[in-house]
Design a protein around this ligand. Structure first.
Ligand SMILES: [Zn+2]
Length: 282
């Protein structure tokens, strides 16, 4: 009787834990879903089947913090990372530090990102000071800001031409939809004397992203259920949109009513929820 009460208690505790994680802990999968590669949903609300693991070491790169198990992606992303790192290595740049891609089956992450859900996003650190390290020597690492903490400007001791070249090579790849970088870094890129400025359009200013840049690929042709993002507007993105980041914030209007609670995240696409149930049913 006592034993039964214990096991019921355990079952309830387990259910509560599962409930707290939305009963769908996408971080619990340790390997990709079988099947052909396919992206379902959007970058910040989706999942993927048939993901591939990026080898933890390769020409021109090393995966950092592999213990997070976020080095999975659509094969097109894996190809891209390897091509990108190879192109940099050919110029003597690297090894680059490749941080999070996606979880083995994509889906929401329990910490760290609101996107990276479909195996089409990858974070690459700006820092180029890391030697090749054994895999267990890469867990405690972190990126660091390229900005001077006092002035908010680029730190000339840290920012090197190789970093601008990394952005140029990545943003010139037709597989890339956009790359998120800090507005200060975008401003630096805009000031560059580039022969061809087309690639600047794919460099989009966003908060944070001063220690790493976030590369996002277009929907692959094999994934009709992949939901693309509206492409960046025409132009190099160096005009008013960028300058707005540097304007002093206007004072918020006095709130007549208390601010609404943060809306709950939208439900995952039905196809992802169905797959999750199938995978966890057995
Ligand atoms: Zn990212």
């Amino acid at each position: 009787m006592r034993k039964m009460a214990q096991s019921i208690g355990l079952a309830i505790a387990t259910a509560l834990v599962a409930g707290a994680a939305g009963a769908t802990d996408w971080g619990s999968f340790t390997g990709p879903a079988p099947g052909t590669p396919a992206v379902i949903g959007s970058y910040s609300n989706g999942c993927l089947t048939g993901a591939v693991a990026l080898p933890l070491d390769g020409p021109g790169y090393q995966v950092v913090r592999p213990g997070r198990l976020r080095y999975f992606g659509h094969p097109q992303l894996i190809d891209f990372v390897q091509d990108f790192a190879g192109a940099l290595a050919a110029e003597g740049i690297g090894p680059i530090a490749v941080a999070d891609l996606a979880q083995p089956r994509g889906g929401p992450m329990t910490y760290g990102h609101v996107s990276h859900e479909t195996g089409l996003d990858v974070d690459v650190w700006f820092r180029l000071d890391l030697p090749r390290l054994p895999q267990d020597g890469r867990e405690g690492l972190d990126d660091f800001s390229m900005l001077d903490g006092d002035t908010g400007l680029l730190d000339p001791e840290l920012w090197q031409p190789e970093m601008a070249r990394m952005l140029q090579i990545a943003a010139s790849d037709p597989r890339v939809a956009r790359i998120f970088i800090n507005p200060v870094i975008k401003r630096e890129m805009c000031a560059g004397d580039w022969e061809d400025r087309d690639f600047l359009r794919r460099l989009r200013a966003w908060r944070g992203h001063d220690g790493h840049f976030h590369i996002r690929l277009n929907c692959p042709a094999d994934s009709p259920d992949c939901q693309p993002q509206t492409p960046p507007p025409p132009g190099d993105g160096c005009g008013p949109d960028l300058m707005a980041w540097f304007e002093p914030p206007s004072a918020p209007a006095p709130a007549a009513t208390p601010p609404a609670p943060r809306p709950a995240p939208p439900p995952l696409p039905a196809a992802c929820r169905q797959l999750f149930d199938e995978w966890t049913a057995s």
